[in-house]
Ligand binder design. Structure first.
Ligand SMILES: [Zn+2]
Length: 560
């Protein structure tokens, strides 16, 4: 919006609202004394922003802002840098909270250290207590292999242990856990899973994808409602402190929606949450038949379903068109087409957004094929929304021939830059150099006309916007390393990275009219960093601090 229209808009507020306006003025906030990046190409950097209630009413020069709201409260940015509110377009908010409450194995640097951590934890455990940990990843370890039951049995003969890999697609359990769950060499392995066997033909403790369900009853006791509420509250607080103003929360259990809405209503969840419901629950479609017309409830919107087409690259569950370079497998399909198609058709008719997890080039091709088939089966005039904005969650490894199909079909790749800088240590082994040309291919997708909704996939990754922004523009790991064939040219510009975490997630949630840029009329969600991530040297992006987080016009986090 051009500046003069913004001023006009603000003036209308000033002169046309009478007494009510005077009251509103006392509540107005004037953000100034910083550098404000609006994300609006017509007006990219401004001096001041005025907020009334939860909306932006003015964007422009400081002098004008002070005139617009003469009684407004000045929020001094202290020379800091303000951006449109950062939104994590793919996270698991409940699991982020849960990670804070269970044994967090993130950052474990060797198998020996992992064993040591579990040993310490066992010392304070009660007899028979189940030990749950999450976040290990073996790709950096000197031992260079997955942990097995044998590693855990010596230190935990009596307490069942389950340790989930950082990506959530594999776990290691000890013999105590296998015994408690009745898992043996003859147990039938569920579709989409794998029970890894030792040389003698017995389960060695490694469970891949759907096979984790074999120990679920013992390993994952259902948390109480209060425990679930605590997870969301803790997850929300962690996220606010990272500077996030919004999240797209993936694989949300249907029953959680009410809990999240209650938390937000009571002011205990100060994050804009876009829920994507766990599509494994057959009641999910029924939920939407009552709700799709009025999805908005304060900060919480629920209008998407999350499905899974394959597993992860790390645990070789991602579906590849050709076998893995370091194994004979081509991955594990998680859903059967005959079960998925009716959901897709129904979703198009009802206006439900579909978010499907796809990692391998084969998984991504299947996704595009199935979406294309559904779009053809339900033409635009038979849909609740002509432009369904369906998403490909991860879109990680793509065959080059499939890249133009995203823009052609209107499918949004939802990608997590940190995966690229974590995976660069093992993806070349799994894929070979040739397939890397379509891996984490942000640059090619944008050039082919797609937008990218940027996310973190926390707790698979840390869930830190600075890490994601850095990864997107640097395409190097946190120490500045990038291996052979890692295609530095597939990085994005700072402007594109900003879009990946602001306006593009807004679009991917049908909220671009209200969110994603700092423009008069939009909702007041801002992220304020101590440094200028648009210009500082790459490595320094990781060091900026979160100065302030503003959601819905309220300052909900402020650095001391
Ligand atoms: Zn995920």
């Amino acid at each position: 919006m051009p500046l003069f229209i913004k001023v006009l808009f603000a003036s209308l507020f000033l002169f046309s609202c009478g007494e009510a306006t005077d009251e509103a003025k006392t509540r107005a906030k004037i953000f100034l004394n910083g550098t404000i990046y609006t994300g609006d190409d017509a007006n990219p950097v401004v001096e001041a922003v005025v907020v009334e209630g939860n909306r932006i009413v003015f964007v422009g020069a400081e002098q004008e802002a002070l005139k617009t709201a003469p009684d407004g409260a000045v929020v001094d940015l202290g020379g800091a840098y303000m951006y449109p509110g950062f939104t994590d377009a793919h996270t698991h908010l409940r699991a982020v909270g849960n990670r804070e409450q269970t044994l967090n194995l993130e950052g474990t640097s060797s198998l020996a250290e992992l064993v040591e951590k579990i040993k310490t934890r066992i010392e304070s455990a009660s007899p028979g207590e189940v030990i749950t940990g999450r976040g290990w990843i073996e790709t950096h370890w000197p031992e260079g292999r997955f942990p097995t039951a044998a590693d855990l049995d010596a230190i935990s003969p009596a307490n069942p242990v389950i340790l989930i890999r950082a990506d959530g697609h594999a776990a290691v359990v000890n013999t105590s856990m296998m015994n408690a769950a009745g898992l043996t060499a003859t147990t039938e392995v569920p579709f989409g899973g794998d029970v890894v066997l030792d040389e003698a033909g017995n389960p060695n403790g490694i469970l891949i994808d759907a096979a984790m369900s074999l120990v679920a009853e013992i390993a994952f006791s259902d948390p109480s409602q209060q425990e679930i509420i605590n997870m969301y509250q803790v997850g929300g607080a962690v996220y606010n402190a990272y500077g996030w103003t919004g999240v797209h929360s993936m694989s949300v259990p249907l029953a959680d929606v009410q809990l999240i809405e209650g938390l937000a209503r009571d002011g205990h969840l100060t994050l804009r949450v876009y829920n994507s419901l766990n599509g494994g629950n057959p009641e999910v479609l029924g939920f939407f038949s009552n709700r799709i017309q009025t999805p908005q409830n304060g900060l919480i919107t629920t209008r998407a379903i999350k499905l899974y087409i394959d597993g992860s690259l790390g645990s070789r569950g991602a579906i590849l068109l050709e076998p893995y370079s370091d194994d004979e497998t081509t991955g594990l399909q998680q859903m059967k087409k005959e079960l998925v198609m009716p959901i897709l058709i129904e979703a198009l008719k009802a206006g439900i957004q579909i978010n499907t997890h796809a990692i391998g080039d084969g998984g991504n091709r299947l996704l595009l094929d199935w979406y294309e088939e559904a779009f053809a089966a339900v033409p635009a005039d038979q849909r609740a929304i002509a432009e369904p904005r369906w998403r490909d969650e991860h879109a990680q490894i793509l065959n080059l021939a499939d890249i133009p199909r995203f823009a052609e079909l209107g499918v949004i790749p939802s990608m997590q830059p940190s995966h690229a800088i974590g995976d660069l240590h093992f993806a070349p082994e799994r894929l070979g150099l040739e397939r890397l040309s379509g891996a984490y291919a942000w640059r090619l997708l944008i050039d082919a006309g797609a937008i990218i909704a940027g996310g973190t996939d926390a707790p698979v990754e840390r869930g830190d916007p600075r890490v994601e922004f850095y990864a997107a523009v640097a395409r190097k790991d946190l120490s500045g390393f990038s291996g052979q064939g890692w295609h530095p040219e597939l990085a994005v510009s700072r402007e594109e990275a900003l879009k990946m975490f602001t306006i593009w997630p807004a679009y991917a949630a049908f909220m671009e009219d209200d969110l994603g840029t700092i423009e008069a009329g939009k909702l007041a969600d801002f992220t304020v960093f101590s440094g200028d991530i648009m210009t500082i040297p790459e490595a320094e992006i990781l060091e900026v601090e979160v100065v302030m987080t503003v959601v819905d016009g309220k300052i909900i986090y402020r650095r001391d």
